[in-house]
Ligand binder design. Sequence first.
Ligand code: ADP
Ligand code: MG
Length: 310
Amino acid sequence: RAIVRDLTGVAEQNPALPPGRVPIQEVDPTVFETRFLRKIKDLGEGHFGKVELCQYDPRGDGRGQLVAVKSLKPESRGQLWKEIDTMRELYHHNIVKYRGVCSEEGGRTTKLIMEYLPAGSLKDYLPWRKHQTDLKRLLHYALQICQGMDYLGSQRFIHRDLAARNVLVENESTVKIGDFGLTKSMKEDKSYYTVEEETDSPVFWYAPECLVDCKFYPASDVWSFGVTLYELLTYCETRVRPVNMYLNKIPGGQMIITRLVEVLMAGRRLPCPPHCPDAVYSLMRRCWESSPENRIQFKDLITELELLLD
Ligand code: ADP
Ligand code: MG
Protein backbone atom coordinates (compact mmCIF):
# COMPACT_ATOMS: atom_id res chain seq x y z
CA ARG A 1 0.00 0.00 0.00
CA ALA A 2 2.90 2.30 0.78
CA ILE A 3 4.18 1.74 -2.76
CA VAL A 4 0.81 2.65 -4.29
CA ARG A 5 0.72 5.83 -2.22
CA ASP A 6 4.28 6.71 -3.28
CA LEU A 7 3.43 6.17 -6.91
CA THR A 8 0.33 8.32 -6.62
CA GLY A 9 2.64 10.97 -5.26
CA VAL A 10 4.94 10.60 -8.23
CA ALA A 11 1.99 10.83 -10.64
CA GLU A 12 0.79 14.01 -8.95
CA GLN A 13 4.21 15.61 -9.12
CA ASN A 14 4.60 14.50 -12.69
CA PRO A 15 1.52 15.58 -14.65
CA ALA A 16 2.97 14.28 -17.96
CA LEU A 17 2.32 10.72 -16.80
CA PRO A 18 -1.08 9.37 -17.87
CA PRO A 19 -3.23 8.30 -14.88
CA GLY A 20 -2.77 4.68 -13.86
CA ARG A 21 0.62 4.36 -15.57
CA VAL A 22 3.69 3.64 -13.51
CA PRO A 23 6.86 5.51 -14.35
CA ILE A 24 9.25 3.10 -16.05
CA GLN A 25 11.91 3.13 -13.30
CA GLU A 26 9.40 1.89 -10.74
CA VAL A 27 8.89 -1.39 -12.62
CA ASP A 28 10.92 -4.43 -11.46
CA PRO A 29 13.55 -4.66 -14.23
CA THR A 30 13.82 -8.44 -13.80
CA VAL A 31 10.17 -9.08 -14.62
CA PHE A 32 9.58 -9.39 -18.36
CA GLU A 33 6.09 -9.45 -19.82
CA THR A 34 5.33 -12.03 -22.51
CA ARG A 35 3.38 -9.59 -24.64
CA PHE A 36 6.44 -7.39 -25.17
CA LEU A 37 8.78 -10.29 -26.04
CA ARG A 38 9.18 -10.71 -29.79
CA LYS A 39 11.03 -13.74 -31.15
CA ILE A 40 13.70 -13.02 -33.73
CA LYS A 41 15.28 -16.45 -34.23
CA ASP A 42 16.30 -19.74 -32.64
CA LEU A 43 19.73 -19.68 -31.00
CA GLY A 44 20.20 -23.28 -30.00
CA GLU A 45 18.82 -26.36 -28.44
CA GLY A 46 20.33 -28.71 -25.88
CA HIS A 47 19.27 -31.77 -23.96
CA PHE A 48 16.78 -29.96 -21.80
CA GLY A 49 15.69 -26.77 -23.41
CA LYS A 50 15.79 -24.33 -26.24
CA VAL A 51 17.08 -20.79 -26.42
CA GLU A 52 15.66 -18.05 -28.64
CA LEU A 53 16.83 -14.56 -29.50
CA CYS A 54 14.08 -12.07 -28.69
CA GLN A 55 13.64 -8.36 -28.59
CA TYR A 56 12.03 -6.97 -25.47
CA ASP A 57 10.11 -3.97 -26.66
CA PRO A 58 7.72 -2.56 -24.05
CA ARG A 59 7.63 0.84 -25.75
CA GLY A 60 6.74 -0.79 -29.07
CA ASP A 61 9.17 1.37 -31.04
CA GLY A 62 11.33 -1.52 -32.27
CA ARG A 63 14.31 -0.31 -30.25
CA GLY A 64 14.06 -2.62 -27.25
CA GLN A 65 16.99 -4.67 -25.95
CA LEU A 66 17.99 -8.03 -27.42
CA VAL A 67 17.87 -10.89 -24.94
CA ALA A 68 18.35 -14.66 -24.97
CA VAL A 69 15.27 -16.49 -23.73
CA LYS A 70 15.47 -20.06 -22.46
CA SER A 71 12.49 -22.33 -22.07
CA LEU A 72 12.64 -25.98 -21.12
CA LYS A 73 11.11 -28.96 -22.85
CA PRO A 74 7.82 -29.94 -21.13
CA GLU A 75 9.35 -32.99 -19.36
CA SER A 76 12.03 -30.91 -17.60
CA ARG A 77 10.11 -27.71 -16.87
CA GLY A 78 10.31 -28.12 -13.11
CA GLN A 79 14.08 -27.73 -13.43
CA LEU A 80 14.01 -24.18 -14.74
CA TRP A 81 13.40 -22.50 -11.40
CA LYS A 82 16.51 -24.17 -10.01
CA GLU A 83 18.49 -22.83 -12.94
CA ILE A 84 17.02 -19.36 -12.43
CA ASP A 85 17.81 -19.42 -8.71
CA THR A 86 21.40 -20.38 -9.48
CA MET A 87 21.97 -17.74 -12.15
CA ARG A 88 20.45 -15.04 -9.97
CA GLU A 89 23.21 -15.52 -7.41
CA LEU A 90 26.14 -15.34 -9.81
CA TYR A 91 28.04 -12.19 -10.72
CA HIS A 92 31.26 -12.71 -12.61
CA HIS A 93 32.88 -11.41 -15.76
CA ASN A 94 33.06 -14.95 -17.16
CA ILE A 95 29.55 -16.09 -16.31
CA VAL A 96 26.53 -15.36 -18.50
CA LYS A 97 24.45 -12.59 -16.94
CA TYR A 98 20.98 -13.23 -15.64
CA ARG A 99 18.46 -10.58 -16.72
CA GLY A 100 15.17 -11.84 -15.35
CA VAL A 101 12.16 -14.10 -15.74
CA CYS A 102 9.04 -14.09 -17.82
CA SER A 103 6.12 -16.08 -16.54
CA GLU A 104 2.54 -16.34 -17.62
CA GLU A 105 -0.57 -18.33 -16.75
CA GLY A 106 0.15 -18.29 -13.06
CA GLY A 107 3.72 -19.47 -13.48
CA ARG A 108 2.87 -22.54 -15.58
CA THR A 109 5.25 -21.49 -18.32
CA THR A 110 8.35 -19.76 -17.08
CA LYS A 111 11.18 -18.49 -19.21
CA LEU A 112 14.68 -17.49 -18.21
CA ILE A 113 15.91 -14.20 -19.66
CA MET A 114 19.67 -13.70 -19.99
CA GLU A 115 22.09 -11.52 -21.86
CA TYR A 116 22.49 -12.35 -25.55
CA LEU A 117 25.93 -13.41 -26.72
CA PRO A 118 25.96 -12.92 -30.47
CA ALA A 119 28.73 -15.37 -31.32
CA GLY A 120 27.00 -18.39 -29.72
CA SER A 121 28.80 -21.28 -28.05
CA LEU A 122 32.49 -22.17 -28.48
CA LYS A 123 31.29 -25.30 -30.24
CA ASP A 124 29.49 -23.20 -32.86
CA TYR A 125 32.25 -20.63 -33.05
CA LEU A 126 35.62 -22.43 -33.01
CA PRO A 127 35.38 -24.74 -36.04
CA TRP A 128 34.85 -21.66 -38.26
CA ARG A 129 37.57 -19.55 -36.66
CA LYS A 130 40.39 -22.04 -36.73
CA HIS A 131 42.67 -19.81 -38.77
CA GLN A 132 42.00 -16.64 -36.75
CA THR A 133 42.42 -18.41 -33.41
CA ASP A 134 45.97 -19.12 -32.31
CA LEU A 135 47.20 -21.08 -29.29
CA LYS A 136 47.48 -17.93 -27.18
CA ARG A 137 43.84 -17.08 -27.77
CA LEU A 138 42.76 -20.64 -26.94
CA LEU A 139 44.70 -20.48 -23.66
CA HIS A 140 43.07 -17.12 -22.88
CA TYR A 141 39.66 -18.77 -23.28
CA ALA A 142 40.82 -21.63 -21.03
CA LEU A 143 42.00 -19.13 -18.40
CA GLN A 144 38.68 -17.29 -18.44
CA ILE A 145 36.77 -20.56 -18.07
CA CYS A 146 38.94 -21.41 -15.04
CA GLN A 147 38.31 -17.97 -13.53
CA GLY A 148 34.55 -18.39 -13.92
CA MET A 149 34.73 -21.93 -12.51
CA ASP A 150 36.89 -20.88 -9.57
CA TYR A 151 34.28 -18.23 -8.72
CA LEU A 152 31.46 -20.79 -9.10
CA GLY A 153 33.27 -23.12 -6.70
CA SER A 154 33.82 -20.27 -4.22
CA GLN A 155 30.03 -19.84 -4.20
CA ARG A 156 29.78 -23.58 -3.47
CA PHE A 157 28.23 -24.60 -6.75
CA ILE A 158 29.14 -27.58 -8.91
CA HIS A 159 28.35 -26.98 -12.59
CA ARG A 160 28.17 -30.63 -13.75
CA ASP A 161 27.85 -29.78 -17.42
CA LEU A 162 31.01 -27.89 -18.32
CA ALA A 163 31.70 -28.44 -22.03
CA ALA A 164 32.43 -26.27 -25.08
CA ARG A 165 28.72 -26.33 -26.01
CA ASN A 166 28.01 -24.54 -22.71
CA VAL A 167 30.69 -21.85 -22.99
CA LEU A 168 29.44 -18.78 -24.85
CA VAL A 169 31.48 -16.30 -26.84
CA GLU A 170 30.94 -12.60 -26.18
CA ASN A 171 33.56 -11.45 -28.66
CA GLU A 172 36.87 -12.83 -29.93
CA SER A 173 38.57 -12.09 -26.62
CA THR A 174 35.90 -12.95 -24.03
CA VAL A 175 34.05 -16.15 -23.18
CA LYS A 176 31.46 -16.85 -20.48
CA ILE A 177 30.17 -19.99 -18.82
CA GLY A 178 26.48 -20.68 -19.36
CA ASP A 179 23.88 -23.43 -18.99
CA PHE A 180 23.38 -23.86 -15.27
CA GLY A 181 20.68 -26.47 -15.88
CA LEU A 182 22.54 -29.22 -14.05
CA THR A 183 24.25 -27.04 -11.46
CA LYS A 184 23.77 -28.15 -7.88
CA SER A 185 24.37 -26.30 -4.72
CA MET A 186 26.33 -28.28 -2.16
CA LYS A 187 24.86 -28.69 1.29
CA GLU A 188 27.11 -26.96 3.80
CA ASP A 189 28.60 -30.14 5.24
CA LYS A 190 29.04 -32.12 2.05
CA SER A 191 31.81 -31.78 -0.45
CA TYR A 192 29.96 -33.68 -3.14
CA TYR A 193 26.50 -34.04 -4.49
CA THR A 194 24.83 -37.38 -5.13
CA VAL A 195 22.63 -37.52 -8.21
CA GLU A 196 19.41 -39.40 -7.67
CA GLU A 197 18.12 -39.87 -11.16
CA GLU A 198 20.14 -40.80 -14.20
CA THR A 199 19.09 -38.26 -16.80
CA ASP A 200 20.54 -37.84 -20.27
CA SER A 201 23.98 -37.12 -18.84
CA PRO A 202 26.91 -35.73 -20.83
CA VAL A 203 28.91 -38.85 -19.95
CA PHE A 204 31.97 -38.18 -22.06
CA TRP A 205 32.76 -35.12 -19.95
CA TYR A 206 32.29 -37.04 -16.69
CA ALA A 207 34.94 -38.25 -14.28
CA PRO A 208 34.98 -41.92 -13.16
CA GLU A 209 33.37 -41.13 -9.75
CA CYS A 210 30.39 -39.55 -11.55
CA LEU A 211 29.94 -42.55 -13.84
CA VAL A 212 30.52 -45.22 -11.19
CA ASP A 213 29.04 -43.76 -7.99
CA CYS A 214 26.98 -40.82 -9.29
CA LYS A 215 29.06 -38.56 -7.05
CA PHE A 216 29.98 -35.06 -8.10
CA TYR A 217 32.77 -33.16 -6.41
CA PRO A 218 34.21 -29.78 -7.34
CA ALA A 219 37.06 -31.91 -8.72
CA SER A 220 34.57 -33.54 -11.10
CA ASP A 221 34.15 -30.13 -12.75
CA VAL A 222 37.95 -30.05 -13.10
CA TRP A 223 37.81 -33.32 -15.05
CA SER A 224 35.14 -31.80 -17.35
CA PHE A 225 37.33 -28.73 -17.75
CA GLY A 226 40.12 -31.05 -18.96
CA VAL A 227 37.77 -32.39 -21.65
CA THR A 228 36.75 -28.81 -22.50
CA LEU A 229 40.43 -27.88 -22.85
CA TYR A 230 40.80 -30.87 -25.19
CA GLU A 231 37.85 -29.50 -27.20
CA LEU A 232 39.49 -26.07 -27.38
CA LEU A 233 42.76 -27.51 -28.66
CA THR A 234 40.93 -29.56 -31.31
CA TYR A 235 38.76 -26.56 -32.30
CA CYS A 236 35.70 -28.70 -31.47
CA GLU A 237 36.27 -30.78 -34.57
CA THR A 238 33.60 -33.47 -34.85
CA ARG A 239 36.02 -36.09 -36.19
CA VAL A 240 38.10 -36.13 -33.00
CA ARG A 241 35.37 -35.35 -30.44
CA PRO A 242 35.55 -37.26 -27.15
CA VAL A 243 32.99 -39.98 -28.02
CA ASN A 244 34.94 -40.95 -31.15
CA MET A 245 38.23 -41.06 -29.28
CA TYR A 246 37.01 -43.14 -26.35
CA LEU A 247 34.85 -45.66 -28.21
CA ASN A 248 35.55 -46.79 -31.75
CA LYS A 249 32.13 -48.29 -32.25
CA ILE A 250 29.27 -46.90 -30.17
CA PRO A 251 27.21 -49.66 -28.60
CA GLY A 252 23.57 -49.03 -27.68
CA GLY A 253 22.00 -47.89 -24.42
CA GLN A 254 23.57 -48.52 -21.01
CA MET A 255 26.55 -50.22 -22.65
CA ILE A 256 28.02 -46.79 -23.39
CA ILE A 257 28.66 -46.04 -19.74
CA THR A 258 29.97 -49.54 -19.04
CA ARG A 259 32.39 -49.35 -21.96
CA LEU A 260 33.48 -45.84 -21.08
CA VAL A 261 34.17 -46.83 -17.47
CA GLU A 262 36.26 -49.79 -18.67
CA VAL A 263 38.30 -47.52 -20.89
CA LEU A 264 38.91 -44.96 -18.11
CA MET A 265 39.63 -47.60 -15.43
CA ALA A 266 42.25 -49.11 -17.74
CA GLY A 267 43.96 -45.72 -17.54
CA ARG A 268 43.21 -44.65 -21.10
CA ARG A 269 42.70 -40.93 -21.69
CA LEU A 270 41.94 -38.65 -24.62
CA PRO A 271 45.01 -38.30 -26.86
CA CYS A 272 47.18 -35.20 -27.21
CA PRO A 273 45.50 -33.04 -29.90
CA PRO A 274 47.57 -32.27 -33.02
CA HIS A 275 49.92 -29.26 -32.47
CA CYS A 276 49.10 -29.14 -28.76
CA PRO A 277 52.24 -28.34 -26.73
CA ASP A 278 53.29 -30.95 -24.12
CA ALA A 279 52.84 -28.40 -21.33
CA VAL A 280 49.17 -27.94 -22.25
CA TYR A 281 48.53 -31.66 -22.65
CA SER A 282 50.12 -32.30 -19.26
CA LEU A 283 47.60 -29.83 -17.75
CA MET A 284 44.79 -31.92 -19.27
CA ARG A 285 46.31 -35.06 -17.77
CA ARG A 286 46.39 -33.42 -14.33
CA CYS A 287 42.64 -32.81 -14.71
CA TRP A 288 42.17 -36.49 -15.51
CA GLU A 289 43.77 -38.09 -12.45
CA SER A 290 41.60 -41.08 -11.49
CA SER A 291 40.98 -40.03 -7.92
CA PRO A 292 39.40 -36.61 -7.38
CA GLU A 293 41.82 -35.62 -4.59
CA ASN A 294 44.82 -36.00 -6.90
CA ARG A 295 43.44 -33.64 -9.54
CA ILE A 296 44.70 -30.13 -10.01
CA GLN A 297 42.34 -27.38 -8.75
CA PHE A 298 40.99 -24.37 -10.66
CA LYS A 299 43.20 -21.98 -8.65
CA ASP A 300 46.34 -23.84 -9.72
CA LEU A 301 45.09 -24.14 -13.29
CA ILE A 302 44.80 -20.34 -13.31
CA THR A 303 48.41 -19.98 -12.13
CA GLU A 304 49.69 -22.52 -14.66
CA LEU A 305 47.80 -20.98 -17.57
CA GLU A 306 49.02 -17.49 -16.64
CA LEU A 307 52.58 -18.84 -16.66
CA LEU A 308 52.06 -20.36 -20.10
CA LEU A 309 50.63 -17.05 -21.37
CA ASP A 310 53.49 -14.95 -20.00
P1 ADP B 1 20.47 -26.73 -22.70
O1 ADP B 1 20.26 -26.75 -21.23
O2 ADP B 1 19.27 -27.21 -23.44
O3 ADP B 1 21.74 -27.40 -23.10
P2 ADP B 1 21.80 -24.17 -23.15
O4 ADP B 1 21.60 -23.15 -22.09
O5 ADP B 1 23.09 -24.90 -23.18
O6 ADP B 1 20.57 -25.19 -23.13
O7 ADP B 1 21.57 -23.47 -24.56
C1 ADP B 1 21.55 -24.23 -25.77
C2 ADP B 1 22.32 -23.49 -26.87
O8 ADP B 1 21.73 -22.21 -27.11
C3 ADP B 1 23.79 -23.20 -26.51
O9 ADP B 1 24.64 -24.28 -26.83
C4 ADP B 1 24.05 -21.96 -27.39
O10 ADP B 1 24.36 -22.36 -28.71
C5 ADP B 1 22.71 -21.23 -27.40
N1 ADP B 1 22.67 -20.18 -26.33
C6 ADP B 1 22.34 -20.37 -25.03
N2 ADP B 1 22.38 -19.24 -24.32
C7 ADP B 1 22.73 -18.25 -25.19
C8 ADP B 1 22.96 -16.83 -25.04
N3 ADP B 1 22.82 -16.21 -23.86
N4 ADP B 1 23.34 -16.14 -26.15
C9 ADP B 1 23.49 -16.77 -27.33
N5 ADP B 1 23.31 -18.10 -27.52
C10 ADP B 1 22.93 -18.85 -26.47
MG1 MG C 1 23.70 -26.89 -22.92
